[in-house]
Design a protein around this ligand. Structure first.
Ligand SMILES: C[S@@+](CC[C@H](N)C(=O)[O-])C[C@H]1O[C@@H](n2cnc3c(N)ncnc32)[C@H](O)[C@@H]1O
Length: 306
């Protein structure tokens, strides 16, 4: 059955195993911030919602694509600051769905990648609420595309993983030996604060100090910045450029091994002259994007809970 047929035959959601309750929740991946990176399915589900529950990294330009009558609840968590708890978010989703609402739960990137997806799905299922997952473009893939950086390379980079620099206990505990192996590249999410520890552990485990590293901050947004450096200079580069995130740190990838040139929009740390591709400035591109994607943003009601 095609997706459209599946959806048309079950407009209450595709979670057919669940008992039928009046409301439902769509857990929607919204990509890294540019409304043009929303999928058609995400856009359709957003347009059908009575209530929109949005994360911090989902910009207004996306939330405003919901119906004008939709009620908005912001549940954004701020890193290293007091924020709404995951339990409270789960309760809001359950409460709104059990009132009979169609809830669009908007998450940055893809909901299944460092998105607390499991907790929300299990809370909703435990309450007998129909839940559906709409995939989104994850930050690593979107950021890599923005700077023309392939994340795998035939014969050279055969493994690409995603990992987090933030853990519940605060200690980054990863398999440093495996990460340092040749032919393995990875993208670190939430890694700015842990970058120093991460680089030190990898160097201790035998990684080359010259291992290429690329950092993309605010990828696919007006404020996008990116820098190429090395593992040994990662921490220094982050401090010198005052990178605070959200950012993706790519390790083991660069343009040279792909026989490409670094785009001029990507800085080098320390500075070099080698960039040679002209890439249009993100701000100019995005100005068009926002106008195209949101010709007349709908004013929607907001409820702040945090
Ligand atoms: C809680 S994780 C959520 C990841 C999300 N589910 C995804 O698939 O992209 C948040 C982290 O994603 C990364 N991130 C999200 N949006 C980003 C963006 N526009 N540019 C760079 N990194 C981003 C940052 O590492 C940020 O700290």
């Amino acid at each position: 059955m095609t997706d459209k047929a599946k959806y048309d035959s079950n407009p209450q959601g595709t979670d057919l195993d669940q008992p039928q309750r009046p409301g439902r929740v769509d857990l929607i991946g919204c990509g890294p911030g540019d409304p043009e990176l929303l999928t058609l399915r995400a856009l359709k589900r957003l347009a059908m919602a009575d209530v929109v529950v949005a994360d911090r990294l989902v910009p207004d330009a996306i939330v405003e694509l919901a119906d004008a009558k939709a009620r908005r609840i912001d549940v954004g968590k701020t890193p290293f600051a007091p924020s709404i708890s995951q339990d409270e978010i789960n309760q809001i989703l359950v409460r709104e769905a059990l009132k009979g609402n169609h809830v669009a739960r908007l998450k940055g990137g893809d909901p299944g990648i460092f998105g607390r997806l499991a907790e929300e799905v299990s809370a909703l299922r435990a309450a007998g609420v129909s839940v559906d997952i709409v995939p989104g473009v994850t930050a690593a893939h979107a950021c890599a595309a923005e700077i023309g950086l392939p994340v795998t390379l035939r014969h050279k980079v055969r493994q690409f993983s995603v990992l987090t620099g933030a853990t519940a206990g605060g200690t980054v505990d990863l398999d440093w030996q495996a990460l340092s192996r040749e032919g393995h590249a990875f993208a670190i999410y939430m890694g700015v604060a842990a970058a120093d520890t991460l680089a030190k552990r990898m160097l201790e485990s035998g990684a080359a100090p010259t291992l290429p590293v690329v950092v993309v901050e605010n990828g696919c947004r007006l404020e996008q910045r990116s820098v190429q450096t090395t593992l040994a200079q990662l921490s220094e580069a982050i401090t010198a450029l005052a990178i605070t995130g959200p950012a993706i740190i790519f390790v083991g990838l660069d343009w040279q091994q792909a026989n490409l040139s670094r785009p001029t929009t990507v800085e080098s740390f320390p500075a070099t002259q080698s960039a040679s591709i002209e890439v249009p400035a993100r701000a100019a591109e995005n100005a068009d994007t926002v106008v195209t994607a949101c010709p007349s943003p709908n004013p929607i009601k907001r409820t702040n809970v945090s």
